[in-house]
Design a protein around this ligand. Structure first.
Ligand SMILES: Nc1nc2c(ncn2[C@@H]2O[C@H](COP(=O)(O)OP(=O)(O)OP(=O)(O)O)[C@@H](O)[C@H]2O)c(=O)[nH]1
Ligand SMILES: [Mg+2]
Length: 483
């Protein structure tokens, strides 16, 4: 399938296409030169930067596009790319904003509630709505899957604390697990609420707890983003001298840019394949060693090529060694926690042109010495040699870096949620938000269901705590022998 655009547009062109002038800011589309309405931009070769009538040049074989677009897009008969995404919400404003910026989204892949009032920050509303509309939503998913040759994974992007992302998201996790769980990876990009601003929605700890249980029971990997770290990271980028057009954007827009950048970056080797990490399975299995340890943290190196974030005059060029060390810096983490951590796995992406393998090796050796790993894994950092898109590359050598890691910082996030939940649950506060009547037995049923979720989360906390011990794998072997 990737051949389709090559035939039409794979000419060696004279222009230096930065692809960023009329852009949407969506890295996944920008990387492949897809305009907001889905129109493919001509591919610009890196090797020969001009077209020539000279017979010598025209005899040269045309460079093949190095990117694979069909993982995330389908090509219509009108030669337009359409994301495979499905957009679901219980109120229209967010989806309408997205589709007006990016008309490339397929209107048939959008599900909005008829009443359009949202789920009122209530997991229960979202979940029940999902139950009542599960057939419609699964039809959208199945129809999209039918268009795929060999789908390997789902990516669910949602917030865990409101009503829709948490409730509908939880239901979808159950449905996907039920129908496809054994065959396909179900991964999530889950936004956790700001700790500083919990007061705006008092029942966030309930919603988060109910969602966490589904992430633990039905997901294969969760990329954790917390809004406090996202805000801090935005500030760190500004503080370090990157100009960010914040005046015209909300705090969420900049947070979402960072999430979108990481989400796209993670799949760089799928979309620009080389000999390693060219499947989603290989990426996930590198960072998720057992189904019990599946919460992943990410970080972004400073001065990375984030769309709409341009380096100002203070920009200093970082080489591969610098990038790898910067990825260890707390201030560039999207789920930050400053206590000493134990690492279970680390996958570093260094993305750029003509990567210097010597500098990568030097950086990795240094970084490995700085990190503390759990005793039962090889204390090593895996590396993705990511390719820079010809559509987003700059004139000068500018490298980007992303780190995906599995580490014990999740203990802090989960424990914080349990603590906030306990404060509400011990007084059964606001439990009537989740019941249909004032009936005491129904209240108790709801509380019991909440407590089951808490128990699941507790087990994950315990698992992450236990994994730091020397005997972590040994305990399991003994358990198995005894049973
Ligand atoms: N990073 C990020 N966080 C967001 C965004 N929108 C909302 N949040 C956070 O997510 C949580 C819940 O968000 P909502 O938008 O109210 O949740 P929802 O899933 O739409 O559910 P309902 O509004 O109840 O239908 C809050 O903690 C918000 O701070 C966003 O665009 N980006
Ligand atoms: Mg909403």
């Amino acid at each position: 399938m990737p051949g389709y655009v090559q035939n039409k547009n794979n000419k060696i062109m004279e222009t230096n296409n930065q692809g960023n002038n009329n852009n949407s800011g969506w890295p996944l589309a920008l990387d492949h030169g897809i305009a907001p309405d889905g129109t493919p931009q001509p591919y610009v070769s890196d090797d020969v930067a001009f077209e020539s009538d000279n017979a010598e040049f025209s005899k040269k074989p045309q460079t093949q596009r190095p990117d694979v677009m069909d993982s995330f897009f389908t090509l219509s008969e009108q030669n337009k790319f359409t994301p495979r995404s499905i957009l679901i919400d219980l109120e229209p404003s967010v989806v309408n904003k997205a589709t007006s910026k990016l008309p490339m989204f397929n209107p048939r892949n959008i599900h909005l509630s008829e009443t359009g009032s949202g789920a009122a920050n209530n997991w229960q509303h979202g979940y029940v709505y999902g139950r009542n509309h599960e057939e419609e939503m699964m039809n959208l998913i199945d129809r999209e899957l039918d268009k795929c040759d060999n789908p390997s994974a789902f990516q669910l992007m949602h917030s865990v604390a409101g009503g829709t992302g948490s409730g509908v998201g939880s239901l979808l996790l159950e449905l996907l697990n039920d129908r496809y769980g054994s065959k396909k990876i179900v991964s999530t990009f889950s936004v956790f609420p700001s700790n500083d601003k919990t007061s705006d929605v008092v029942v966030q700890p309930y919603n988060t707890m109910l969602t966490l249980r589904r992430l633990i029971d039905f997901g294969d990997a969760t990329f954790v983003f917390d809004n406090d770290s996202l805000n801090a990271l935005g500030n760190a980028f500004i503080g370090s001298g990157l100009e960010r057009n914040l005046s015209s954007s909300t705090a969420f827009e900049s947070a979402n840019k960072l999430i979108a950048y990481v989400a796209a970056g993670i799949t760089n080797p799928l979309r620009f394949p080389s000999y390693m990490y060219s499947s989603y399975e290989s990426i996930i299995s590198t960072v998720v060693p057992t189904p019990e340890l599946k919460f992943l943290s990410t970080s972004i190196a400073p001065y990375s090529n984030i769309p709409n974030v341009v380096p100002n005059q203070n920009y200093v060029s970082l080489n591969e060694y610098d990038i790898i060390l910067e990825l260890l810096n707390d201030k560039y983490k999207l789920n930050s926690y400053k206590e000493p951590l134990k690492y279970i796995s680390v996958l570093d992406y260094v993305i750029g042109k003509n990567l210097n393998q010597k500098e990568i090796r030097r950086g990795i050796l240094k970084a490995q010495q700085r990190l503390s790993f759990v005793p039962w894994t090889p204390s090593s950092i895996s590396v993705v040699n990511g390719k820079q898109s010809a559509f987003t590359s700059q004139q000068e050598k500018r490298l980007s870096g992303i780190q995906v890691s599995n580490n014990t910082s999740i203990v802090h996030l989960l424990s914080k949620t349990v603590k906030q939940y306990d404060l509400l649950a011990k007084r059964a506060a606001y439990i009537n938000f989740y019941t249909t009547s004032n009936d005491a037995s129904e209240r108790q049923e709801v509380l019991d269901a909440f407590e089951e979720c808490k128990e699941t989360v507790r087990q994950t906390i315990d698992e992450y705590k236990a994994c730091s011990s020397d005997s972590y794998l040994g305990d399991d072997i003994i358990d198995e022998e005894m049973t």
